[in-house]
Design a protein around this ligand. Structure first.
Ligand code: GLC
Length: 445
């Protein structure tokens, strides 16, 4: 039952209304003011939320994103809505159309990528289409036929351009690529980034979120922007980035998401008679990257860690990323049980002071924990959704159900906030965030 505020029926209606309001025509903005464009992993989650409302509209969302895919296969982290200002860094600052040989000529995009959750959205679209008549099913199938090669190219780009040494871990050249911009996971790697002079800028985010303590600091921002200059210097060339960037990490969470997505896409491919060679390749990626995740884990606790390619050091943090192996599977059963106990125990979801039993982005007992600051502590509903969906897929029905129930209790305030203060449940960051509404719609769908 809802904690307070809205009933499930009201909540679903409001979530649908929110997505309609954020709909710019063929793309849904990540949030009305703070993020007035399309973000890559947001778009995938948004498609998950649209699928129960309209399979056709969900397909349009992914089509728009894939129409901005780079020629090398990369799905860019932002597709800019044409004629919309109010976000920095915008297309002029990235300058991809001018500098990057692989950038699309039509839509304007950023020059980095984001976590590869898209196969999950494709699966949800196909699931929902089966509940409809022939015409809707045909829309979903036609989409899959048409976009299958692009989805495979996307996965192939990650496996080739971002795992140069073949160790089964995805390299990132900007913290934004992790989707967890200022997580303590990246503190050590950013500490070694010496920001040179960057062209002047004005942060737009602070104009929309009045309380600066909920956002990354100016010092963090200066480094974020410096990395853009480093990328522009080498014209976003895949091979050159590997040596040019002063920030380079192997992200264990993105790697686990990738292993999972490869598995999901391979199964879709099998069910829809897609080319055997592609399906085989995807299974191979799933195995290789799952192994890559497992190689980072602590044999006793099962916790996973990131790696700093520049300093050559492992970076173990008490953040949700330590649970990466629960997403892709593969731990020995005993170790997996230990890791699940940590997830559900007092370090995370079971912390006695939490308002809702959902995973905070950083453990409340970690010294890095800051309850209001973006990825340094708050609960991100879309992450709760990802874990609940994965747990259901892995056959852990009860755990999945519990996360869903607690996630819905949190969402029943109706703000659809970007993130929440874990102890008080106060909604923070942007309100009316599309992917928060999408998570709710899938839970209630
Ligand atoms: C923030 C988040 C990122 C998300 C984007 C749009 O930058 O850190 O994960 O994709 O906002 O919602």
């Amino acid at each position: 039952m809802p904690d307070r505020g809205f009933t499930h029926t009201q909540l679903a209606a409001r979530a649908a209304y929110l997505l309609r309001g954020n709909d710019l025509g063929t793309m849904t903005s990540a949030a009305p003011k703070l993020y007035p464009h399309m973000w890559s992993w947001d778009a995938a989650f948004v498609a998950v939320g649209l699928a129960p409302l309209s399979v056709e509209r969900a397909v349009v969302e992914l089509d728009t994103l894939l129409s901005a895919q780079w020629r090398n296969g990369m799905i860019p982290h932002i597709v800019f809505a044409s004629g919309v200002d109010g976000y920095f860094p915008g297309p002029a600052r990235w300058a991809c159309t001018d500098l990057a040989a692989a950038a699309p000529r039509g839509p304007q995009t950023s020059g980095i990528t984001q976590p590869p959750v898209h196969a999950i959205a494709v699966q949800r679209i196909l699931d929902h289409s089966r509940r409809h008549g022939r015409t809707t099913r045909a829309v979903a199938e036609e989409f899959l036929d048409r976009r299958w090669p692009d989805l495979v190219r996307w996965h192939r780009w990650l496996a080739r351009a971002r795992d140069l040494d073949g160790n089964g871990r995805i390299a990132l050249y900007h913290g934004w690529e992790s989707g967890m911009d200022n997580s303590p996971r990246w503190d050590a790697a950013y500490a070694n980034v010496v920001a040179g002079a960057v062209p002047t800028f004005r942060r737009e985010d602070l104009a929309h979120v009045g309380d600066a303590s909920q956002r990354p600091t100016d010092a963090e921002y200066a480094r974020y922007l410096w990395l853009l200059e480093e990328m522009k210097e080498v014209r976003y060339d895949d091979d050159a980035l590997a040596t040019a960037m002063s920030f380079a990490v192997e992200d264990v969470f993105v790697t686990a998401v990738f292993a999972l997505a490869c598995e999901v896409l391979a199964v879709i491919g099998e069910e829809h008679s897609c080319p055997n060679a592609d399906v085989r390749e995807l299974h191979e990626y799933a195995d290789r990257f799952r192994r890559g995740v497992l190689d980072t884990t602590d044999p006793r606790t099962g916790a996973a860690k990131d790696f700093d390619l520049r300093s050559g050091r492992w970076m173990a943090t008490d953040t949700i990323a330590m649970f990466a192996p629960l997403l892709c599977g593969g731990l020995p059963p005993g170790t997996e049980r230990t890791l699940v106990r940590t997830f559900e125990g007092p370090k995370f979801c079971g912390h006695p002071d939490l308002r809702y039993a959902v995973p905070p982005s950083t453990s409340p007992v970690s010294r890095d924990f800051r309850p209001r600051e973006y990825w340094r502590g708050p609960v991100w509903p879309v992450m709760t959704w990802l874990f609940s969906w994965t747990f259901a897929r892995r056959g852990w029905a009860e755990r999945a159900h519990l996360l869903r129930a607690e996630g819905l209790r949190q969402a029943s305030d109706g703000s659809f906030a970007e993130y929440y203060e874990p102890f008080t449940g106060e909604p923070l960051g942007s309100m009316q965030q599309s992917w928060t509404a999408a998570a709710v719609l899938d839970w209630l769908g």
